[in-house]
Design a protein around this ligand. Sequence first.
Ligand code: CA
Length: 244
Amino acid sequence: MAGKNILIVEDEEDIAELLEYNLQRQGYATTGVGSGEDGLNAVRDARPDLILLDLMLPGLNGLDVCRRLKAEPATKTIPVIMLTAKGEEEDIIAGFDAGADDYVTKPFRPKVLLARVKAVLRRGAAERRSEDDPIEHGPFYILPGRFEVAVDGTPVELTRTEFRILSFLASRPGWVFTRGQIVKAVHGDDYPVTGRAVDVQVAALRRKLGSGGQMVQTVRGVGYKMDDGTGIDSDSEIAADDLS
Ligand code: CA
């Protein structure tokens, strides 16, 4: 991952410096700008491999910048990690709706930030995965084309919708998805899929997965993700199975 170019769009200088310091120490090249307009110009000048985008910016805000980048064929594949204030769940959801790929809350721990950056840069490879390739993650061995899954070598029977939710999350470990994104990705056909229905499906999925169920994590106020094994995501928690 060293040598990748990261564009930092952040108007608070001390935060921008902290980001640059931590990223450069890991071998990343960084460019820093302090406004949304400068961010868009910087992307045009030299396409970055990833953008760290603050939401609260003078002038054009982070959401607008993200929407513009994601609307342009030339820039829409550049991954964007948004920087949000801790506890601003509406910002996180708005950011995902604007097309952001992930988020880090401020104040951030360098370890968390670097893990997210690495995961996002790795994502490109995951996206190129063929639909029929097996997904191996943690205790799971998933055959997407055959709707088969084994947990620690033991086959588990799932409904198609449960299976699709599991494969979707497991193919992108560590990625947080909103209920809306899950509904869109899963296209459930055996019942009308709503956000609430996703909660019910996930609860059933966790029960059926047994010891593997705890890998499917609730991200409070946002949605769900597959545990990526880094164990450093303080924003996540495993929800009580309160729908059973
Ligand atoms: Ca700001």
